[in-house]
Design a protein around this ligand. Structure first.
Ligand code: ADP
Length: 284
């Protein structure tokens, strides 16, 4: 199972997270004439999507969304409404029951699954780290990277702030037999991995609610740099992504979504306004 996973999913964190999906259903298959995807711009369009998990759990009921290349979209709403499922459909761990997903105007089912996933970087809320050196964890996503490229990626993601203070630097062992990193450090390392991959589409599963305020600032600053020139989806559990997003997609909880700028949604969408205000009050 693990070998199969790692062949098919570059991002090991994603592999860990979707393990239950592999147990539940065979992989989506390439079409016989599937082509290699090499994203030029990164525009994403969802058209009339309907999706139920195989157990009958309906997640989407006719959703459509058009995302411009380079745009940052916050996917917000309470737990269990389908934010991660949207990312899962984009990466084709499942195909929608009806409707289509386009990247740069072409249906994603036209492309091989592997090439599609190579063009998407994912930073999950709880990134998966192997019990090896920091360097090995970075090389996992970009095996040909030079030492200097690794250091540059770590500097961009603010991971260098803590790595440079470790006696063995990049050679430091982490995980079960080594140094234990904090949640914020692990996320910055995962962001360094995403810098190395440099894919046109970025999915960021926001973990900032679990971080202390200094780590949160570091992670948000790193994300802000990483998302430049990328089409970015931020799965937001605590609405903080609203600040750095161009637009918000609010999951209404009934299989539909509402999209718009934060200020407009606050005026026009009572459910969204309530959710934001409730959370702000909770945080305060
Ligand atoms: P969110 O990211 O908004 O918290 P998810 O997309 O993870 O929500 O999940 C949406 C719903 O789908 C939840 O009810 C969840 O339990 C269910 N779900 C997630 N993965 C699967 C799966 N593989 N099979 C069946 N149901 C699933």
């Amino acid at each position: 199972m693990a070998d199969l996973l790692f062949q098919c999913v570059d991002n090991l964190a994603a592999a860990k997270r979707i393990l239950k999906i592999f147990d539940a259903q065979p992989l989506v298959k390439d079409k016989p004439d599937a082509k290699q995807l090499d994203i030029k711009r990164g525009g994403v369009e969802l058209k009339d999507l309907h999706f139920c998990y195989p157990d009958g759990n309906q997640i989407f009921n006719n959703i459509s969304l058009s995302v411009q290349p380079g745009e940052t979209i916050a996917l917000v709403g309470p737990s269990g409404v389908g934010k991660s499922t949207l990312a899962i459909l984009l990466m084709r761990f499942y195909d929608p029951d009806q409707g289509q997903i386009f990247i740069d105007g072409i249906d994603v089912q036209t492309y091989t699954v592997n090439s599609l996933r190579k063009n998407i970087s994912v930073v999950w809320q709880e990134p998966f780290i192997i019990n090896d050196t920091i360097k090995a964890n970075l090389l996992m996503v970009e095996p040909g990277a030079t030492e200097q490229q690794l250091i540059t990626a770590c500097k961009h993601s603010y991971a260098w702030d803590f790595i440079s203070g470790l006696d063995d630097g990049l050679q430091t062992k982490i995980g079960a037999d080594g140094v234990t990193l904090s949640a914020g450090q692990v996320q910055r390392l995962a962001i360094a991995q995403a810098f190395l991959r440099d894919a046109a589409i970025l999915i960021f599963d926001e973990a900032t609610s679990a971080l202390d305020s200094l780590s949160e600032i570091n992670v948000i600053n790193a994300l802000d740099k990483l998302k430049k020139n990328k089409t970015t989806f931020i799965i937001s559990h605590c609405f903080s992504a609203i600040k750095i997003a161009d637009r918000v997609v609010y999951f209404n909880g009934d299989g539909t979504i509402t999209e718009g700028e934060h200020a407009d949604l606050m005026q026009q969408h009572a459910g969204y306004k309530r959710a934001v205000e409730w959370q702000t009050t909770e945080v305060d």
